[in-house]
Design a protein around this ligand. Sequence first.
Ligand SMILES: Nc1ncnc2c1ncn2[C@@H]1O[C@H](COP(=O)(O)OP(=O)(O)O)[C@@H](O)[C@H]1O
Ligand SMILES: [Mg+2]
Length: 203
Amino acid sequence: MRGKFITFEGIDGAGKSTHIEWVAERLRARPDTGHVVTTREPGGTPLGEDLRQLLLHRPMHLETEALLMFAARREHIAEVIEPALARGDWVISDRFTDATFAYQGGGRGLSLDRLEALEQWVQGDLQPDLTLLFDVPLETASERLAGARSPDKFEAESRAFFQRTRAEYLRRAEAAPGRFRVIDATRSIEEIRVTLEEILASL
Ligand SMILES: Nc1ncnc2c1ncn2[C@@H]1O[C@H](COP(=O)(O)OP(=O)(O)O)[C@@H](O)[C@H]1O
Ligand SMILES: [Mg+2]
């Protein structure tokens, strides 16, 4: 049986990376999940990780950025995600295509039609079975990031950029309520885990 594909989304500092290994462990403890792979975007393959370095640190044309995101994603799907799901493994990815719509589309203003064309090309029918959107106001995210790590190209963006990015994430969640679960990530890590546990129980 094909495995399930779960993605973690949200602006920088929302708490995705904080919860991903915990969720993977909870799933591994279940008898019905088998192997659980955790991965991330951009990245997830040796080539993808090289592209990640360029994407996070090199200034580039907006469309180059979107194309490289989808190039890294093509490799990730071919080398990691599809083979894993076909074997019956579960895959949890720290970001996927919703992030490209939110950042390059919402944040930077690239046409959503163009992104949809690339999505269709690179993914075909592949969509996550479940997307967990960690939602926090910008103030909370930037307080959490202050001092936590030195900002990359995206993390150094303006408040307005993150406002548009968050708004596009929320718009997508509203448009696909069957796939998305929006998590109020302003709460404590323990409280968020209770919610995550409930969501995982329904999978
Ligand atoms: N619920 C929370 N309450 C307080 N601090 C948090 C919470 N979740 C994450 N953090 C802290 O916020 C920072 C950013 O979290 P992280 O998981 O790296 O976010 P993301 O991966 O979404 O960018 C980290 O220092 C982390 O320890
Ligand atoms: Mg992270």
